[in-house]
Design a protein around this ligand. Structure first.
Ligand code: SAH
Length: 242
């Protein structure tokens, strides 16, 4: 199987792909391929569908606003992503973008916004976050797209918590050193907002069965740093970085 050049555009399509499919791409993706990348009929591209893995194809017909693709061969199977959820209190724009992009690159299975008492961000724009997830998947080579869950309040999250999934609660007030905690999948990480967790929330978390309180060193990290540091530590030990 010959390798595809690293410069080959790689795109998510929300259509089932296979050897006998002829996907048509339109909208923003078509605009990007035709007008930004300036692709022409015959140019190669990689497509993935979050269902069947990744496929190499070529543009069969480049129109003005849409293009059709001829599928040549499968390049990768759908990957089995490590079963790690990132539960995070949404933070302000650029920092939230950073959490989404980096967590996707690092390999989380699910992104769960959690509304805490000190969360100041009022609305999480799902469409915007979805777009960032897709872009990060396209860039980093993921074939499985992480799930974006609807925001939930912390007490509800705990109430509905699936038994047996360890929740690693990153507590700025201290806990067991993260790297010393053995928490294989299924697992989840919880990080707080800019203002941290309240005492009431801390008490609620510590009274929950699957929760383990973890510390990320002696310094107070920004919420996004904490989310990414914790995800990296977990991936290195229990994920697919081996
Ligand atoms: N304003 C708070 C800090 C909030 S930091 C204060 O001054 O205490 C935002 C979130 O990042 C925290 O709620 C926690 O989940 C995580 N975090 C930051 N530093 C951490 C650390 N050293 N250990 C564990 N979690 C940390």
């Amino acid at each position: 199987m010959s390798a595809t050049p690293a410069s080959t555009p790689r795109l998510f399509v929300d259509l089932p792909l296979g050897p006998d499919t002829a996907p048509v791409i339109d909208g923003a993706a078509a605009h990007y391929l035709l007008n930004v990348m300036r692709l022409k009929t015959g140019d190669p591209l990689l497509l993935f569908d979050n269902r069947s893995g990744e496929w190499l194809g070529a543009i069969a017909d480049a129109g003005k606003r849409s293009l059709s693709v001829r599928i040549d061969r499968q390049t990768r199977d759908l990957e089995a992503v490590p079963d790690l959820w990132l539960c995070f209190a949404p933070v302000k724009k650029a920092r939230l973008d950073w959490i989404i992009e980096k967590a996707t690159e690092l390999g989380v299975a699910r992104l769960q916004p959690v509304i805490t008492e000190r969360t100041i961000v009022e609305r999480v724009k799902a469409e915007r976050i979805e777009a960032q997830i897709i872009e990060a998947c396209e860039q980093c080579g993921r074939t499985a797209v992480p799930t974006l869950a609807d925001p939930v309040k912390l007490p509800q999250l705990l109430k509905d918590w699936p038994a047996g999934r360890t929740l690693l609660f990153a507590d700025e007030a201290g806990g067991a050193p993260f790297a010393s905690v053995d928490a294989p999948a299924p697992a989840a990480i919880l990080t707080g907002p800019e203002g941290g967790f309240t005492d009431r929330e801390r008490a609620l978390l510590l009274a929950s069965t699957d929760v383990r309180r973890v510390a990320l060193g002696p310094r107070i990290l920004r919420a996004e740093t904490a989310a990414i540091a914790a995800t990296s530590l977990w991936m290195a030990r229990h994920g697919d970085w081996t």
